[in-house]
Design a binder for this molecule. Sequence first.
Ligand SMILES: Nc1ncnc2c1ncn2[C@@H]1O[C@H](COP(=O)(O)OP(=O)(O)OP(=O)(O)O)[C@@H](O)[C@H]1O
Ligand SMILES: [Mg+2]
Length: 268
Amino acid sequence: MNQPLLELRDVSRTYARDRRRRGQADEVHAARRVSLTIAAGETLALVGESGAGKSTIGQIVLGLQTPDTGEVHFDGANVTHLRGRARRRLRRRMQLILQDPYQSLHPGMRVDEAVAEPLAIAGVARDERHARVVDALDDVGLTPAERFLRRHPHELSGGQRQRVAMARAFVVRPSLVVADEPTSMLDASLRGEILALMASMGGRAGMSTLLITHDLAAARILADRVAVMRAGEIVEHGPIDRVLAAPAHHYTRVLLAASEGRLLEEDP
Ligand SMILES: Nc1ncnc2c1ncn2[C@@H]1O[C@H](COP(=O)(O)OP(=O)(O)OP(=O)(O)O)[C@@H](O)[C@H]1O
Ligand SMILES: [Mg+2]
């Protein structure tokens, strides 16, 4: 098998729980011995209910959290404890797309500045940046780009803001994108558009995506494989078509039923 782009090996992470909440254990196991891989060009969906530990995994992948135990490998190198310049160099190969584009777009920054910023950080020469920004806006359907360059986030619709956030992520041609609930603040029609856009961008650039979502429909559209997470553990993983057609774990069936508006008991 080809070497995966990203590999998590037995990654665990606990957080101290608020002591004032009585009668509960004082540790939260946000991730318990999580192992997963993402190949180059592949999209892995990480699905599960709120609090399952999905964002924790995303943060560990991006190096924003360090696992208590276990290892993170990227491009064949153990990057679990990278620091300083080496960490920053690695971070440039990864981008994050968040649920709320207001979190990733500074309100005082114009669109052209926001999309150029990661290029500047990546060391792209100033006179090259403008053309790259225009291309990136075209790629995400903000055309003609000239109409959007000078706007501020509050002068855009929600869907346009999410497109700018995506342009900002894709403009540096990252190897890996972590998309944490990228569509859950959008209404149904916009959701479809943004998912289609993510699908086309992923295919075009040959990049890998970790798609964090509780939306199995989004996973079905975008993902090659899926990992189902519950209470910090991966309870099932496999090719998306197989898992959705014939879920092996009861919890996957619960999620599936919920996404279809049916109700299934958590514990049979
Ligand atoms: N920095 C933190 N400090 C303490 N506890 C945390 C921290 N981050 C996450 N947790 C806890 O770890 C568990 C997993 O959280 P996480 O945000 O990874 O879940 P999630 O699957 O992304 O949930 P959601 O779908 O609501 O975003 C939760 O119980 C959460 O309260
Ligand atoms: Mg989350």
